[in-house]
Design a protein around this ligand. Sequence first.
Ligand SMILES: Nc1nc2c(ncn2[C@@H]2O[C@H](COP(=O)(O)OP(=O)(O)OP(=O)(O)O)[C@@H](O)[C@H]2O)c(=O)[nH]1
Ligand SMILES: [Mg+2]
Ligand SMILES: [Zn+2]
Length: 295
Amino acid sequence: MSEDGLRRARVIAVGRNSAWIVAEDEDEPRLASLRRSATYAMPVPGDLVDARVIADDRVVVDGVHPRSFALIRRTGGGRTKTMAANVDTIAIVAALVEPALHFTMIDQLVAFAVQHEVSPLLLLTKADLAGEEAAERVAAIYRAVDVPTLILQPKAGRGIDGLRELLASRRALLVGNSGVGKSSIFRALGGIGVVGDLSRFGRGRQTTTSARLVRLGEGFLIDSPGIGEFDLDPMPATEAAWLFAEMREPATRCRFANCRHLSEPDCAVRRAVSEGRIAATRYASYVEIAGARPA
Ligand SMILES: Nc1nc2c(ncn2[C@@H]2O[C@H](COP(=O)(O)OP(=O)(O)OP(=O)(O)O)[C@@H](O)[C@H]2O)c(=O)[nH]1
Ligand SMILES: [Mg+2]
Ligand SMILES: [Zn+2]
């Protein structure tokens, strides 16, 4: 970054008044101030910004580029939180055990990815604790619906080369419950745990408190704090069903065109479930998403 130059840079982590950024033509992150009277919205990891070097080598963020996609999630109290910007891939991380596998959350995140036309990816951890059979059983459910799925053991390095290949030139966000192994995967791929003074350590456990990014070739990977739950925006059942790819074809054969696949007679989706052509866990997630909602 030259003295006078305005440079495009990628945001890797954000604090209250500053952000770690890495200029497109550099490798080393720099700490940049955010303008106090900023006309731009608070940047998040993945954002492209214009950064300017001012006196004493200080760097200031002048502006934030429009986002191609932002992952916004609802938090308690009806507020929203933007987790990351400009990602094209949502890497869902789920532990097979410890914490217990939460199918509904995986399915909601897959549905969210389908809804927003970003690619879902499933990364299953802790097969060493759950057993290979359990791991393969879960993986088979998602491979059957064309969600690329890897079984990883980040500390032992298992699956990391395959993941690196899958992520080549992608802009991916790691998302999942706390303790499932997101940061372990992030570190195994070369991400650094703590960037300057923006991250703080959780009490006892190393819970991630703010998102951060590592560049991977042409793309990048963002580590994020664990989420307790993930809710989709309310939508009609027919729309929810469309987000489950394996329901689309059977849904055309239900007796009623506006079938919600809940308790209607002659439902081809429920028939596919009872015949094992749709996984029972996937259908249960669908019911949870669609059940409480009007058709
Ligand atoms: N046995 C085993 N332990 C794992 C595996 N993956 C991760 N862990 C452990 O699980 C614990 C939590 O891992 P983290 O990477 O910190 O989890 P996280 O998803 O980043 O958690 P938050 O930052 O709180 O959201 C750590 O002690 C890891 O060493 C695995 O495949 N097998
Ligand atoms: Mg973490
Ligand atoms: Zn139906």
